[in-house]
Design a protein around this ligand. Structure first.
Ligand SMILES: [Zn+2]
Ligand SMILES: [Zn+2]
Length: 386
């Protein structure tokens, strides 16, 4: 079964919604215009319930099937954009300086709206489809905020599914994998204090530049020497701030970075070893180190049975030869919080040969709209077949 006919008919309309969202990007929880337009459209489709303000600016639509059934399935899209100056030059490019939809959440929101319109029109299923539009995926843990507002219990959601576009994967293809699919992401901030002074008398000071450099080097031994070679992990120091003159040893240096892994065990190991390496290395040179290790999004784990189910639905739409058993990725997704609480699966949708995610030249590929929207409607109809 290829693209759903009625969804193909909605292609132009969904594209116009997508481009309107694209022209009006909003950040984190401040997605007021986006959330209002989502809620208005859901109401115009005749959803049984439209609830706003879940997780601050999240929106939920409830659609009950024509046939009797108790099962409730949740489908989630994200609504927020990024603090990037758009460089696409497109006619529908961002109208807001310094903000753009560079991760395709405009496409995710539009496709799930299209599915909601179809499902509210046809209602050819038993049970309840819940469409979830969350704010603040880009670092603000909007998914967690919606969970903390009681999203799952309030609507009785038993299973959750998510989707993200994937540059480099051809349009009409999907990628999915069972188990750990995306990384946990924790942040590292290190404040070093030494003894500043004249660069000509280093023996009278404690050189924070040298200590910081040693810490950067020693941290690289964690992945290569402490983590099992068969496990994945990343420790990257991305900020090294210190010094202001070529003849002054600075008193302070600040380092910042990220630690990522694909399992809770490795995640714990990274945290333990980063602390030991930072504090041990600072002590070795007589400096003081203050480490702030902040845990972020957890590992995204796709549940086995729902992954097989989602892959089968995608295969019906795209053809089974276009479903890739994708490798895990070291990027992170806050949909992981939802998958900690309910079984489900997160799937990648081919965006074709576009610029990469978070690139100023990126644009969501509107040719993927019928594919992604068909996936959503068929997923709901199959999960709620009764
Ligand atoms: Zn992103
Ligand atoms: Zn994204």
């Amino acid at each position: 079964m290829p693209i759903v006919n009625r969804v193909a008919d909605l292609h132009a309309e969904i594209t116009s919604w997508r481009r309107d969202l694209h022209a009006h990007p909003e950040l984190l929880y401040d997605v007021h215009r986006t959330a209002a337009s989502v809620a208005d459209r859901l109401k115009s489709f005749g959803c049984d319930e439209v609830v706003t303000g879940i997780g601050r600016t999240g929106v939920v639509g409830v659609i009950r099937g024509r046939k009797a059934g108790a099962k409730v399935v949740g489908m989630r899209a994200d609504m927020d954009a990024l603090p990037i100056e758009e460089a696409t030059g497109l006619p529908y490019k961002s109208t807001v300086p310094g903000k753009m939809h560079a991760c395709g959440h405009d496409g995710h929101t539009a496709m799930l709206l299209g599915a909601a319109k179809y499902l509210a029109d046809t209602r050819n299923f038993a049970g309840t489809a819940v469409v979830i539009f969350q704010p603040a995926e880009e670092g603000g843990a909007g998914a967690r905020a919606m969970l903390q507002d009681g999203l799952l219990d309030r609507f009785g959601i038993e299973e959750v599914f998510g989707m993200h576009n994937h540059p480099g994967l051809p349009v009409g293809h999907f990628a999915i994998r069972s188990g750990s699919a995306m990384a946990s992401t924790d942040t590292i901030a290190i404040d070093l204090e030494g003894v500043g002074g004249h660069a000509a008398w280093p023996h009278e000071g404690v050189d924070t530049i040298l200590v910081g450099a040693q810490i950067v080097n020693q941290l690289q031994s964690i992945v290569s020497r402490n983590v099992d070679p068969l496990d994945a992990a990343v420790v990257s120091i991305c900020v090294f701030q210190g010094g202001h003159a070529d003849n002054v040893i600075p008193q302070h240096v600040r380092l910042r970075g990220t630690a990522r892994s694909l399992s809770a065990e490795v995640r714990d190991l990274l945290q333990k070893r980063v602390r030991e390496v930072v504090e041990g290395t600072a002590r070795l040179y007589g400096a003081k180190a203050e480490l702030t290790y902040t845990t972020g999004y957890p590992v995204l784990v796709n549940e086995e049975r729902r992954t097989a189910f989602a892959a089968a639905v995608a295969g019906e739409i795209a053809g089974t030869d276009k479903i890739v058993n994708g490798p895990p990725r070291m990027g992170a997704e806050d949909f992981a919080y939802m998958l900690q609480q309910r079984p489900g699966a997160f799937i990648w949708l081919g965006n074709g040969d576009s610029a990469g995610l978070h690139h100023p030249g990126y644009d969501f590929n509107d040719e993927a709209i019928p594919v992604g929207t068909s996936y959503w409607v068929r997923l709901a109809e199959t999960a709620l077949a009764g």
